[in-house]
Design a protein around this ligand. Structure first.
Ligand code: HEM
Ligand code: HEM
Length: 226
C-alpha cells in the first residue's frame, strides 16, 4: 500500500457489485426455502393440493438456485474480463510468503491483538481466503448437489440428471445428498454471519471504507498515512 492510495480508488466494478447483492439475496432465499423444505410447515385445513404450499416453496428454491448458479457463471466470466480486484475472489495468493504474513496480521487485528489495521485496496488476505474457502467452494458444492437432487425430480434422461446424476452414487444414495446439501447450508450461513459482522466492524474501526465500497465501488481512506 503506497502513499498514492490515500486518494480514493475504484475497486469493485458495477457487474461485481450487482452480482454481490443479487447473489446475497438469492442465498438468503435459498436458505429460508431450503430450511422449509427440510422442516415443512403443517397445514391443517383442507386438501394439501388446494394449498400447494410446499410446491411453491420448492419453486422459489429452484428459481433462486438457477439465479445463484447462473450468477456464479457470470461472476467467473467477469473475473476473466474485469479489473484485477475482480479476480481476487477466485485466486487467493497462497504462493506468496507476504500474503501469509498478511493473513496472520489480519487474524491478530480481528482479535484486537495489534493496535493498528493495515490498509487494503481489494480484499485483505484473510478475507480473500475465507471468501474462497467458504463462499466459492461452498456455493459450488451447493450447486452441484442441488442440481443432482433437482435431476431426480425432473426425471431420468433430463439435462440435470444427465449432467449431475453421477453425484448421487458418489455420496451413497439420495438421502445422503440431502443431508450433505443441508449441512452445506449451515457452512454458508456461518460465512454470512462472520462476513456481515466483519464488514460492519471494519466500516466502523478500520482505516478505510467498507460497506459503501460494495455500493458505489470506491475505496476511501480515513487517514493519509500509508
Ligand atoms: C448472503 C449474504 C452475503 C453473501 C453471500 C456475501 C458474499 C460476498 C462475497 C462472495 C464477496 C466477495 C466479492 C467479490 O470479490 O466478488 C463479498 C464482499 C463484500 N460484501 Fe458481502 N455478502 C453478503 C452480504 C453482505 C452484506 C449484508 C454486506 C453489507 C453489510 C456485505 C458487504 C460486503 C462488502 C463491503 C464486501 C467487500 C469486502 C472487501 O472489500 O474486502 N455483504 N460478499
Ligand atoms: C446456497 C445455496 C443453497 C442452499 C442454502 C440450499 C438449501 C437446501 C436445504 C436446506 C434443503 C433441504 C435438504 C433436506 O434436508 O432434505 C434443500 C433441498 C433441495 N435443494 Fe437446495 N440449497 C441451495 C442451492 C440449491 C441449488 C443451486 C439447487 C438447484 C436447483 C437446489 C436444489 C434443491 C433440491 C432439488 C432440493 C430437494 C427438494 C425436495 O426434496 O423437495 N438447491 N436445499
Amino acid at each position: 500500500m503506497s502513499d498514492k492510495a490515500s486518494t480514493p480508488i475504484y475497486v469493485y466494478e458495477k457487474p461485481v457489485r450487482l452480482w454481490h447483492w443479487i447473489n446475497a439475496l438469492a442465498l438468503v432465499i435459498l436458505a429460508v426455502s431450503g430450511y422449509l423444505i427440510a422442516a415443512p410447515p403443517v397445514i391443517t385445513d383442507g386438501e394439501a393440493s388446494d394449498h400447494f404450499l410446499l410446491g411453491s416453496i420448492r419453486f422459489v428454491h429452484f428459481s433462486a438456485g438457477y439465479i445463484l448458479a447462473i450468477g456464479l457463471l457470470g461472476r467467473i466470466y467477469w473475473a476473466l474480463v474485469g479489473n484485477r480486484y475482480a479476480r481476487q475472489l477466485f485466486a487467493p495468493e497462497v504462493h506468496r510468503r507476504d500474503w501469509w504474513q498478511g493473513v496472520w496480521h489480519e487474524i491478530l487485528w480481528y482479535l484486537f491483538l495489534v493496535p493498528e489495521p493495515r490498509k487494503h485496496i481489494g480484499h485483505n488476505p484473510l478475507a480473500g481466503m475465507a471468501m474462497f474457502l467458504f463462499f466459492v467452494l461452498g456455493s459450488l458444492f451447493m450447486i452441484v448437489t442441488g442440481f443432482a437432487l433437482y435431476g431426480e425430480g425432473l426425471g431420468q434422461g433430463s439435462w440435470a440428471e444427465r449432467g449431475f446424476g453421477w453425484v448421487i452414487p458418489l455420496f451413497g444414495q439420495s438421502q445422503d445428498v440431502h443431508s450433505w446439501h443441508h449441512l452445506g447450508m449451515w457452512y454458508l450461513l456461518l460465512f454470512v454471519l462472520i462476513h456481515v459482522y466483519i464488514v460492519v466492524r471494519e466500516q466502523l474501526i478500520s482505516r478505510q471504507s467498507m460497506t459503501t465500497t460494495m455500493i458505489d465501488g470506491w475505496r476511501r481512506w480515513k487517514d493519509d498515512r500509508p
